[in-house]
Write a protein that binds this ligand. Structure first.
Ligand code: FES
Ligand code: FES
Length: 161
């Protein structure tokens, strides 16, 4: 079947099988390999993308659900339009050592941006709760939490510019 959706700001039409998962579609058909697959069972969060602005685990979402929707992947996350800068949340992860091997990082970033967008006055407890569905085997989480707090503050500051 054919589906049409907006992918990282661009109209996109693709042929998919009804049982194709969004994570497979992104990685195998569209060559967007920034969305990682860790567990493939909706537990690790490495595959998080934004569907119509909300974070979803793309390893358990069927591609036909994308028809007519807007999808944002890690490849579409960026700083101010027209700039070559990273998104403030990405800058914060770099600055505060929020990653080591980086495998969980795309999903962490997409979840973190969604959290900060939904609740601009995020507390540390909100961050820890909000990241419960994202597993990291490397960092011990503390630097991720610090990064998300800093990234959320930077997102708020950017709104006022
Ligand atoms: Fe989707 Fe782990 S690969 S949650
Ligand atoms: Fe390695 Fe999170 S940085 S899994």
């Amino acid at each position: 079947m054919q589906i049409s959706f907006t992918l990282n700001g661009r109209p996109t039409t693709v042929e998919v099988e009804p049982a194709t998962l969004v994570a497979e579609l992104l990685r195998e058909q569209l060559n967007l390999t920034g969305t990682h697959i860790g567990c493939d069972t909706s537990q690790c969060g490495a595959c998080v993308v934004h569907l119509d602005g909300l974070p979803v685990k793309s390893c358990t979402l069927l591609a036909p659900a994308l028809d007519g929707a807007t999808l944002l992947t890690i490849e579409g996350l960026q700083g101010a339009p027209g700039s070559n800068r990273m998104h403030p949340m990405q800058e914060a992860f770099r600055e505060h050592h929020g990653l080591q091997c980086g495998f969980c990082t795309p999903g962490m970033l997409m979840t973190a941006v969604a959290l900060a967008t939904e609740k601009p006055d995020l507390t540390e407890a909100d961050v820890r709760h909000g990241l419960e569905g994202n597993i990291c085997r490397c960092t011990g989480y503390q630097n991720i939490v610090v990064s998300v707090m800093a990234g959320a503050a930077a997102m708020n500051a950017a709104k006022g510019e």
